[in-house]
Design a protein around this ligand. Structure first.
Ligand code: F6P
Length: 563
C-alpha cells in the first residue's frame, strides 16, 4: 500500500492564481529583458547561482523578482520539499509500480551505509558491495589480468542495451573520452536494426572483445536479440579461427571469458547462458533512465577506471545534497524546474533546447530526451486522475556551434518561444591556437554571443544604422526576449558530468511534482511492444495479416510485394 499523499492540483493553489495574474500583467506591459536589466543593476547577481563548479545564470529568463517569489510559493504549496525528502528516504513514490525511487542512494558514500532502506534492504551497503565487485572486475580487465579465451588482453568492450541501459553509458563514454586511459575502446549496440550490430562489430577481433549485456529486466526484445546475435558472431568467429572447437564445453568456456551481464533479473541472466559470477546487479528502485551510475555504467568503469567513476558519483552526490539542503529561494536546481513550468504552463512553450558548447557532449540532448520525456510525458497524475495542465517538455538540441548553422534561426526569429539551456566550460581538453587566436575562446565567444542575441536582440533602428535597405529591415530585426539559461562550468570532468546529470534528474523531478506526475514509470512504451509481437508474424502468415487494420495490412502487402 502506498503512503504517498494524493497530488495537489497545481491550478487550484493560490500561487498558481497569483502567477496567472502576474503573467497577464507582465505580458500586458510587455516583456522587456533589456529594460529589466537597465532598471535593476542587481539583476544578474540576484539571478546567478554557484552550484559546485558551475556558475548558473538565470538572468536572461523571462522572470522578475515577483515571478521568482511566486514560483517558490508554488513549490511550497505543492510540498516539493516533502516529496523530495520522501524520494530520498525510500518512500514508494513510484505509485503505479509500488517502488521506491532511490537513484540518489547509488551515489552515497560508504559512510552512509545504514541510512537508506527499502524494506529490510540496506540500499547503500548493497550499492557499495556491488561497486567493489565491479571495481575489482574492471581493474582486472584494465590491467590485462582478465584474458579472453585465447589468453589475449581485452581491447574492446561491446555494451548491448537500449534506452536507459544504453543512452547513459554511451553519452558518458563520449563525454569523458579524454579520461579513457586504458586503451580499451567501447562500442554500444542498441537498435534491433541489424545495421547497428553490423557496423559496431565491424573490424573487431573476437579474441580481444568483451561483451556486456545490459538490461534491467533482461526481457527486452532488442537487447536479447542483439545479445544472441553477438554471441553467435563471437563464437562462430572464434571457431572459424580455430581458437575454440565446436563442442558445447568450449563454447561455454568462451562465453564465460567474453560475456558479462548487468541486470536486476539475475535468474534470467543465467538462462541466457552467462555465468552468474559474471553478472552485476542493481535493484528495482533504480529506474532505467536513472541508472547510468549503477552497474549499468560497467563499461564506463572499465574505460575510465574506478577512481574516476568515484569522482563521477561524487558529482551526482554533491548535487543531491545541494538540492536537499539549499533553501528553495536559492536552490538553482529547484528554480530551473520551476522556471520550466512557468514557460510550459503560462507561456505555452512546448519544447526546450539543450545546447552544449562542448563537442564531447554530443549525445547529451539524446540522453536528456529519455530522462525528461519518458519521465514527464504523461497524461495522468500519480493517483490516476487526469492532468489539469500541460506537461512534458519536448527536449532537443545539438552542440553549438553546429546548431547555430542549422536550427538557431528558428529560436532567434521564429514564432515559438523556445527556452534554451546553453552549457559551456571555461577550460578545454584540447587547447589549440589559430595563429594568435585561442580557438576555445573563439568557441566561448559564440556561446556568449548566442545568449546575448537571444535576450537582447537587435532593433529596427540598429538594423537601419548598419545601412540596411528599408525593404529588408524587418527581416533583420531580432526581437530579443528569448529566454536562455547559461550553465558555465570549469571543465568537463567526471565530477562535473555527474553533477550535470543530477541537475537534470532533479529538474525533471521538480516539474513532475508540480504536474502531479509519477515521473518514474513508463507505461506509454508498452502498447507498441505488444503490437510488434502481434504484427511481426503477419509478414508471412495470412491469418495474422487478416486481423490487422487496413493501413497495417496495406503496408505489409507492400513489404510482401517487394521483399
Ligand atoms: O521501453 C522502455 C524501457 O523500458 C526503458 O524505460 C528502459 O530504459 C529500456 O526500455 C530498457 O529496458 P531494460 O533495461 O529492461 O532492457
Amino acid at each position: 500500500m502506498s503512503t504517498v499523499p494524493a497530488p495537489i492540483d497545481a491550478t487550484s493553489t493560490p500561487a498558481w492564481a497569483a502567477l496567472q495574474k502576474h503573467y497577464d500583467e507582465l505580458t500586458g506591459a510587455g516583456i522587456d529583458l533589456k529594460g529589466w536589466f537597465a532598471a535593476d543593476p542587481d539583476r544578474v547577481s540576484k539571478l546567478s547561482y554557484d552550484m559546485g563548479e558551475f556558475h548558473i545564470d538565470l538572468s536572461k529568463n523571462l522572470v522578475t523578482d515577483e515571478t521568482m517569489k511566486l514560483l517558490v510559493q508554488l513549490a511550497r504549496e505543492l510540498h516539493i520539499e516533502e516529496r523530495r525528502d520522501a524520494m530520498y528516504s525510500g518512500v514508494h513514490i513510484n505509485t503505479s509500480e509500488d517502488r521506491a525511487v532511490l537513484h540518489t542512494a547509488l551515489r552515497r558514500p560508504a559512510s552512509d551505509k545504514g541510512t537508506v532502506f527499502d524494506g529490510d534492504q540496506d540500499c547503500v551497503a548493497d550499492v557499495r558491495d556491488m561497486l567493489d565487485r565491479m571495481y575489482a572486475f574492471a581493474e582486472k580487465v584494465r590491467s590485462g589480468e582478465w584474458k579472453g579465451v585465447t589468453g589475449k588482453k581485452i581491447e574492446h568492450v561491446v555494451s548491448i542495451g537500449i534506452g536507459g541501459s544504453d543512452l547513459g553509458p554511451v553519452m558518458v563514454y563520449e563525454a569523458l573520452k579524454p579520461y579513457a586511459d586504458a586503451g580499451i575502446d567501447c562500442r554500444y549496440i542498441s537498435n534491433i536494426d541489424p545495421n547497428d550490430m553490423a557496423e559496431k562489430v565491424r573490424g573487431l577481433d573476437p579474441e580481444t572483445t568483451l561483451v556486456i549485456v545490459v538490461s534491467k529486466t533482461f526481457t527486452t526484445l532488442e537487447t536479447l536479440t542483439n545479445g544472441r546475435e553477438v554471441r553467435t558472431w563471437l563464437l562462430d568467429a572464434l571457431e572459424a579461427a580455430g581458437a575454440i572447437d565446436g563442442s558445447e564445453e568450449s563454447r561455454a568456456e568462451a562465453v564465460k571469458k567474453h560475456f558479462v551481464a548487468v541486470s536486476t533479473a539475475l535468474d534470467l541472466v543465467a538462462d541466457f547462458g552467462i555465468d552468474p559470477e559474471n553478472a552485476f546487479g542493481f535493484w528495482n528502485w533504480v529506474g532505467g533512465r536513472y541508472s547510468v551510475d549503477s552497474a549499468v555504467g560497467l563499461s564506463l568503469i572499465i574505460a575510465l577506471g574506478p577512481e574516476r567513476f568515484e569522482c563521477f558519483l561524487k558529482g551526482f552526490h554533491d548535487v543531491d545534497m545541494y538540492f536537499q539542503n539549499t533553501p528553495l529561494e536559492d536552490n538553482v536546481v529547484a528554480l530551473m524546474g520551476l522556471i520550466n513550468v512557468w514557460y510550459v504552463n503560462f507561456f505555452g512553450a512546448e519544447s526546450h533546447a539543450v545546447l552544449p558548447y562542448n563537442q564531447y557532449m554530443h549525445r547529451f540532448p539524446a540522453y536528456l530526451q529519455q530522462l525528461t520525456m519518458e519521465s514527464n510525458g504523461k497524461g495522468v497524475r500519480w493517483d490516476g486522475s487526469a492532468l489539469t495542465t500541460a506537461s512534458g517538455e519536448i527536449y532537443w538540441g545539438e552542440p553549438g556551434t553546429n546548431g547555430q548553422h542549422a536550427f538557431y534561426q528558428l529560436i532567434h526569429q521564429g514564432t515559438r518561444l523556445i527556452p534554451s539551456d546553453l552549457i559551456a566550460f571555461v577550460n578545454t581538453a584540447n587547447p589549440n591556437k589559430d595563429g594568435d587566436q585561442d580557438v576555445h575562446e573563439l568557441f566561448l565567444g559564440n556561446f556568449l554571443a548566442q545568449t546575448k542575441a537571444l535576450a537582447f536582440g537587435k532593433t529596427a533602428d540598429e538594423v537601419r544604422a548598419e545601412g540596411t535597405p528599408e525593404e529588408i529591415v524587418t527581416a533583420r530585426i531580432f526581437t530579443g526576449n528569448r529566454p536562455s539559461t547559461s550553465i558555465f562550468g570549469i571543465e568537463l570532468t567526471p565530477h562535473a558530468l555527474g553533477a550535470l546529470i543530477a541537475l537534470y534528474e532533479h529538474i525533471t523531478f521538480v516539474e513532475g511534482t508540480v504536474w502531479g506526475i509519477d515521473s518514474f514509470d513508463q507505461w506509454g512504451v508498452e502498447l507498441g511492444k505488444q503490437l510488434a509481437k502481434q504484427i511481426t508474424p503477419a509478414f508471412h502468415d495470412d491469418e495474422a495479416l487478416a486481423v490487422q487494420d487496413a493501413s497495417t495490412k496495406a503496408l505489409i502487402e507492400f513489404y510482401r510485394a517487394h521483399r
